[in-house]
Design a protein around this ligand. Structure first.
Ligand code: AMP
Ligand code: MG
Length: 340
């Protein structure tokens, strides 16, 4: 299959191109498209055969459920017949945006989308390209991140090409994604609501709207939550996350970098801007200022992928503070560092 690349500017949508992509969705084929979080690999969420193609192209196991993307809140009531008031409250504040709600599914939603669960994950993305693609396709679009299973999520169309060229009909290039980490996944079938995956909307922001928010135990411990497998987000290089306190962090990063370099490995360090000059002869990539966690989140996957492209074998990553988007960053780094 020859993958077609469509260049679209999200500020000046070319509707003819969107319609071309929407035709492929309607035919049951796959289209990769930008959202504000990461690039998604989309198929008609109500067409089982089309959804099956997502798993095939990504080599993703069927026990990992997908998120259904909608462009109109009315669609939420088609996908779930039990929409609790708290879901509406959250949707009003955070949609369109990087928050995914997990609700009881309706009969319309096939088990292939939900990995056999009786709940469905739904989100309204903010990106104009994503929204108009969903509208023109006239169906919810099931879309996981547009990467091969287990790899880091794509934040540019080039990342998608690197993983999926020749396996899907269309890749829409809409430039680098804004948020850079996936959506926050929030279970609203329980009280208090529970974060299953940290992401683009911080726990602090959720608390401002709903008061009490629980954080899934698995998330805190860096283990799996439903469908979230440890091999997620991994660069090809071995990643070592240094979670020491500030006072000993730099020393520990230096020690590990020396150790692996002496063994002959190509070693890279992912550091905060404040620390970039503390590693002398080692190769350093800067994730951003430790105080600007939104910038760090936007850079995270791009940096991990660039280490791979440049042939690094070991990445030593400085841990970041776990407030705001720092929680989402640390969750992904811990998963990337977990033994395969
Ligand atoms: P991705 O779109 O690749 O970021 O992956 C979607 C993620 O959303 C899954 O890996 C799950 O963690 C989460 N998810 C999707 N559906 C459900 C569900 N019904 N219950 C809990 N988590 C879900
Ligand atoms: Mg993913």
């Amino acid at each position: 299959m020859k993958t077609k690349i469509l260049e679209i500017n999200s500020k000046r949508i070319d509707l003819a191109k969107i319609k071309l992509a929407a035709e492929e969705i309607k035919k049951g084929n796959l289209v990769a498209f930008p959202t504000e979080t990461v690039y998604g690999l989309g198929a008609d969420a109500l067409n089982e055969k089309a959804v099956a193609k997502i798993f095939q192209a990504k080599e993703r196991p069927f026990n990992d459920p997908l998120i259904a993307h909608i462009a109109d809140i009315k669609e939420l009531y088609r996908l779930s017949q039990q929409v609790p008031p708290v879901a509406i409250k959250l949707a009003k504040v955070f949609w369109p945006g990087p928050l995914t709600l997990v609700l009881k599914k309706s009969k319309l939603v096939s088990g292939i989308v939900t990995a056999g669960l009786d709940t469905v994950a739904v989100r309204m993305p903010e990106d104009n390209i994503a929204l108009s693609l969903i509208r023109e396709s006239e169906t919810p679009i099931a879309a996981p991140s547009a990467n091969l299973f287990g790899r880091t999520s794509p934040t540019t169309a080039q990342h998608v090409t690197d993983d999926l060229d020749g396996k899907i009909e269309i890749i829409i290039n809409g430039g680098k994604t804004k948020v850079g980490v996936e959506s926050t996944v929030l279970d609203v079938t329980v009280e208090p609501v529970r974060v299953l995956r940290a992401g683009g909307i911080s726990v602090e922001k959720l608390k401002e709207v709903v008061g009490q928010v629980k954080i899934s135990k698995e998330l805190k411990e860096g283990f799996r939550s439903p469908g979230m497998l440890n091999s997620h987000y991994s660069p090809q290089a071995k990643l070592i996350l240094v979670e020491n306190k500030e006072e000993t962090k730099i020393e520990e990063v230096r020690r590990l970098a020396s150790k692996y370099m002496t063994q002959g490995f190509k070693v890279g360090i992912m550091a905060k801007e404040e620390n970039q000059n503390k590693y002398g002869r080692f190769e350093v990539k800067v994730i951003g200022k430790g105080t600007e966690l939104e910038v760090c989140a936007a850079n995270l996957f791009t940096i991990l992928r660039s280490f791979d492209k440049e042939g690094f074998e070991i990445i030593i990553a400085e841990g970041l503070k776990e407030h705001g988007l720092g929680l989402a960053i640390m969750e992904r780094l811990r998963k990337a560092a977990a033994p395969k």
